[in-house]
Write a protein that binds this ligand. Structure first.
Ligand code: UDP
Ligand code: MN
Length: 305
């Protein structure tokens, strides 16, 4: 399929959440690692452009513009940078995700500002129809390969799949689905890979926006009544935003998701090993095969080499 636009270029879109970065030295350090490693390995063909989207508040945008000038200096590919205002996106998002927030947000009420944690869930409704694919990436990543290769994973989606995502590598959903698992002792819900359904991690996501728009099933699942029904069925109460929503609907409709190899989002956090799940931890954490992207989640340092 020819994805060239009217100016003859084909664009590869990647989006990162970039808020309160001015207030966190640690987030700035992560951003540096992510961008320098992306630039180091990044190669694109003639006529191709990597478009970097950042969802920012004003202060983060100002800092981001400065930092990017430095980080993108050695880029051997064409790129464009777009900043999205977090409050403008939140305004559009809130009516769509308000009802699901109570199931997948921490605290009691559905807080307006938390809606942005569900951006990936409804991005197909927020972004212009001309945007047909988006890769959403955390800042606490280190790239070991050309990011262009990640986009090639879109071509592996089976029919019906709308999102590409890697599995969660801690037993967090073994914990979250505790009550459902007790009532359904034979279930695969929350069991480790490869036979079980350990849930998803949202650090690296391939959003096929065109397929998300076209899927009547996916859009039904966004409706408040459907979310409430599934949350009740699975006794689900989470606080991890989009990744909770994808994990829950993935239990019922795994065909909506293309499983990225674990090497595309090699999470390093070991928090649950030391909080009651040491006996099963390795079953979730292990990831054989090459690592393409390290994810230093829960502030875990990423190995130098
Ligand atoms: N993030 C942000 N500002 C913050 C905290 C997080 O923009 O103050 C974004 C950033 O892109 C980050 C993502 O939200 O990578 C998810 O947070 P984090 O990676 O810290 O969560 P973890 O992967 O450790 O669960
Ligand atoms: Mn992260």
């Amino acid at each position: 399929k020819d994805l060239r636009e009217s100016d003859g270029k084909s664009r590869y879109h990647a989006l990162m959440m970039f808020t309160k970065v001015d207030k966190s030295r640690s987030l700035q350090d992560k951003f540096r690692v992510a961008m320098l490693s992306m630039v180091k390995h990044g190669r694109f063909l003639e006529g191709e452009v990597l478009v970097l989207h950042f969802v920012c508040d004003d202060a983060s945008r100002e800092l981001g513009e400065k930092m990017l000038q430095e980080f993108l200096l050695d880029a051997k590919f064409k790129y464009e940078v777009l900043f999205h205002d977090v409050s403008a996106l939140t305004r559009k998002l809130f009516p769509i995700v308000e009802a699901m927030q109570k199931h997948f947000s921490s605290g009691s009420g559905a807080y307006y500002s938390d809606a942005i944690f569900f951006l990936s869930v409804a991005m197909h409704r927020i972004m212009p129809d001309s945007l047909t694919r988006m890769v959403q990436l955390d800042l606490d990543l280190q790239y070991r390969v050309n990011i262009r290769e990640l986009f090639q994973e879109f071509h592996q989606f089976p029919p019906g799949a709308v999102i590409g995502i890697a599995r969660e590598m801690q037993p967090v959903y073994r914990h979250t689905f505790w009550q459902y698992r007790k009532e359904n002792p034979q279930t695969k819900v929350g069991e480790p890979h490869p036979d079980g359904l350990p849930g998803f991690n949202s650090g690296v996501m391939l959003l096929d926006l065109a397929s998300m728009r076209a899927s009547s099933l996916y859009n039904q699942l966004l409706e408040p009544d459907h979310v409430a029904k599934l949350a009740d069925q699975y006794r689900f109460r989470g606080h991890l935003g989009d990744q909770d929503f994808f994990t829950m609907i993935g239990m019922e409709h795994p065909e909506l998701f293309y499983s990225l190899a674990c090497g595309w989002n090699r999470q390093l956090c070991t928090w649950w090993r030391d909080h009651g799940y040491g006996d099963v931890f390795q079953l979730y954490y292990r990831c054989n095969g090459p690592v393409y992207i390290y994810h230093g989640n829960c502030n875990t340092p990423i190995p130098d080499d």
